[in-house]
Design a protein around this ligand. Structure first.
Ligand code: AHM
Ligand code: MG
Length: 330
């Protein structure tokens, strides 16, 4: 593969790419590749179920609320189950934590070989599924601290400590975006051969793009700085794009540039998005692609988490655009 991402005769699957990266780390055990392979398998299985959800009549509410007090979609539960089943068999996983589950699940202790914690939002944006909207799985991988007994405390690590993060976007195609801390790579699922194929290595987000992405209907309840930013953006002829599904909005911004905002609102005074498995993975991708991410005026990756399902206000995207928001917040 031409490393700039242009098409050549060489094909790299996600699996072969991760294996080749692992050879750069002498002594690597291969455990990490096994985890990525489980996430990739789950992504294919979820993509398949998402495509057939209407036919199988599994859209709509599950009739229950999750720990966040939000109504669970039936596909949320199906996607969560797929991820738990794919990751549950991987011998190096110590803890699994999901947006859909109140408590993290301890799979095995450090003394039993538990090296990693995997946190995920199984199907982000699932309320848009009824109208055939794009949805996504967001994931992050952390090292397990064998000295910490509490699973919740083990996963409450600042985003800088993530060893890998990414998302799988189920849109017209299924896109797998991942960073292991040395750039951001994009794979697309070829459903005919069942493989995620590398299509772009070392993605870079454009530094400037006059497009903001926010649920503007809530703007009267945004803190003053965000309202001032929006006035400034209007005066500077910005355009607006908002899908209401984080992976889809982030993917557009990663490719085209722009800025995403989910500020504090009346109904979500701390912001809506979850720090550990929504904001942090997206922030790592943004920084690795040359963009930025902040919570208030603090870099997202420097926020010390206090609990598993903690919410934060989030701004991320092109560096110049995030800086423009920061100028109005400080
Ligand atoms: P979810 O995890 O319950 O799906 O909620 C997260 C979603 C994000 O995908 C999206 O950015 C946001 O909620 C949209 O919220 P709103 O409808 O308030 O604009
Ligand atoms: Mg979510």
């Amino acid at each position: 593969m031409d490393q700039s991402g242009s098409s050549t005769s060489n094909l790299f699957s996600l699996q072969s790419h991760i294996l080749s990266e692992e050879t750069l780390h002498p002594g690597a055990s291969g455990d990490f590749s096994w985890i990525i392979s489980a996430i990739s398998l789950a992504g294919k299985a979820i993509a398949d179920r998402v495509r057939r959800a209407r036919l199988e009549n599994v859209l709509g509410d599950q009739g229950a609320t999750n720990v966040q007090g939000e109504s669970q979609q039936r596909m949320d539960v199906i996607a969560n189950d797929i991820l738990m089943r794919c990751l549950g068999s991987r011998a190096s996983i110590a803890v699994l934590a999901s947006e859909e589950d109140e408590e993290p699940t301890i799979m095995r202790r450090g003394t039993e070989g538990g090296k990693y914690c995997v946190l995920f939002d199984p199907l982000d944006g699932s309320s848009t599924l009824d109208t055939n909207g794009a949805v996504g799985t967001i994931f992050t991988i952390l090292r397990n601290d064998p000295m910490i007994e509490s699973a919740e405390r083990t996963v409450c690590q600042p985003g800088r400590k993530q060893i890998a993060a990414g998302y799988i976007l189920y849109g017209p195609s299924t896109a797998f975006v991942i960073t292991t801390g040395s750039g951001v790579d994009l794979f697309e699922l070829n459903p005919n051969i069942g493989s995620f194929i590398l299509v772009k290595k070392g993605m870079r987000i454009p530094p400037t793009k006059r497009v903001y992405s926010v649920n503007e209907a809530y703007s009267s309840s945004f803190p003053d700085g965000y309202q001032e930013y929006l006035k400034w953006a209007h005066a500077n002829y910005y355009s607006s794009r908002y899908i209401g599904s984080l992976c889809a909005d982030v993917h557009r911004i990663l490719i085209n540039g722009g800025v995403f905002l989910y500020p504090p609102t009346t109904s979500h005074p701390d912001g809506k998005l979850r720090l550990l498995y929504e904001a942090n993975p997206m922030a790592m991708i943004m920084e690795q692609a040359g963009g930025m991410s902040i919570c208030g005026t603090t870099p997202t990756l420097d926020v010390q988490p206090k609990k598993l399902h903690e919410r934060v206000p989030l701004v991320l995207g092109s560096s110049d655009e995030v800086k423009a928001v920061m100028r109005h917040l400080s």
